[in-house]
Design a protein. Structure first.
Length: 334
């Protein structure tokens, strides 16, 4: 075995692919036929991601509650059973049973693809120079029940690469249709630092917090991140705090990257956003000991916020063009 490897395995009757870095004892697993879920990431035998208890329990829960699930073609909530794009109204059809709702307001949530079984692995490769990688594809426009909810012909590709102690997740959207399409997606990674939750710390690389209504829908207005979470742009200790907030106006270095992190007793998990991701949702519940730092390409409810004139920067992809966004998960101290 070289510095890196890709191994194909059967786990609970599902075909999985594992990106391996034996030198650093890193193992990242993907299960393509469950939404191309990045279901497990270990460093030195210890969990970086909050992994499913089993695939069956994850499928039955229908909550995107473990691993690193994709949210697309919309991330997080939509505030009604329809959305607008370029002045046209598009209805969501419950009878197709391919999206979830969240109580108590039962808003549509987390897109259409997180549990889709039709992701296909198109490349798996490892080399000392390039690391270990896997690319999966879902040809969205071939599936009528997906197009009925989001009638924009496109192709989704996700490439995971493990190299140099860093896991990269790169998403490519190709508009193969004859009209512009809105782009809004994100990921919901669940992290598990070590030690007592009360002592975990968090750094948010953003200047602004999205002000939301009672349904966690952004109003279009922002406030300083420190107003919402004091010390969060430095190092916030979680203590007994419940956190659920969206952040924008990210703090980026000269390379355009924004560096978020959470840290336990010894384990630090850094989440680095490239310029494709403009919003972060940070979630730290009290009922389960984990922290989510979620990259999104725009605020929650972006389609309708743009229509209402509350934001002006919805990503619009022209025909035959490609949009790509990447984030990295970097565990240290494991």
């Amino acid at each position: 075995m070289g510095k890196y490897a890709v191994r194909k395995k059967s786990v609970e009757g599902h075909t999985t692919y594992h990106l391996l870095d034996p030198q650093r004892k890193m193992d990242f697993g993907v299960v393509p036929d469950i939404g191309n879920l990045g279901y497990n990431f270990k460093a030195n035998g210890k969990d970086v991601l909050f992994a499913p208890d089993s695939f069956e329990s994850y499928i039955q829960a229908r909550g995107l509650g473990r691993g690193n699930p994709l949210m697309a073609p919309f991330a997080n909530r939509i505030d009604r059973d329809y959305y607008y794009f370029q002045g046209k109204k598009y209805l969501l059809n419950d009878e197709l049973k391919n999206f979830l709702r969240t109580p108590p307001l039962n808003y549509p949530i987390h897109g259409l693809l997180a549990y889709d079984t039709r992701w296909e692995v198109v490349r798996a490769h490892a080399s000392d120079a390039a690391g270990a990688s896997i690319t999966s594809r879902l040809v969205f426009y071939k599936h009528p029940e997906l197009m009925a909810q989001f009638p924009f012909a496109h192709i989704n590709e996700i490439t995971y690469t493990l190299k140099g102690g860093k896991l990269a997740c790169s998403t490519k959207i190709t508009n193969v249709g004859a009209s512009p399409m809105p782009v809004h997606f994100g990921y919901h990674p669940y992290f598990v630092p070590d030690g007592p939750r009360d002592e975990w710390t968090l750094h948010i690389a953003a200047k602004s917090h999205w002000i939301v209504d009672d349904g966690l829908i952004p109003t279009g207005q922002t406030e300083p991140a420190e107003t919402f979470l004091p010390e969060s742009t430095k190092s916030l200790t979680l203590g007994k705090s419940y956190i659920d907030g969206g952040f924008t106006n990210l703090v980026r270095g000269r390379d355009g990257l924004a560096h978020f992190w959470t840290k336990g007793k010894n384990h630090q998990i850094e989440v680095v956003f490239d310029k494709g991701f403009s919003t972060a949702i940070v979630f730290a519940p009290l009922h389960t000991e984990m922290v989510c730092i979620e990259p999104q390409t725009g605020p929650t409810n972006a389609f309708n916020l743009q229509h209402e004139g509350k934001i002006q920067d919805l990503i619009v992809l022209k025909p035959q063009r490609i949009f790509q966004a990447t984030f990295w998960i970097i565990p240290t101290g494991f």
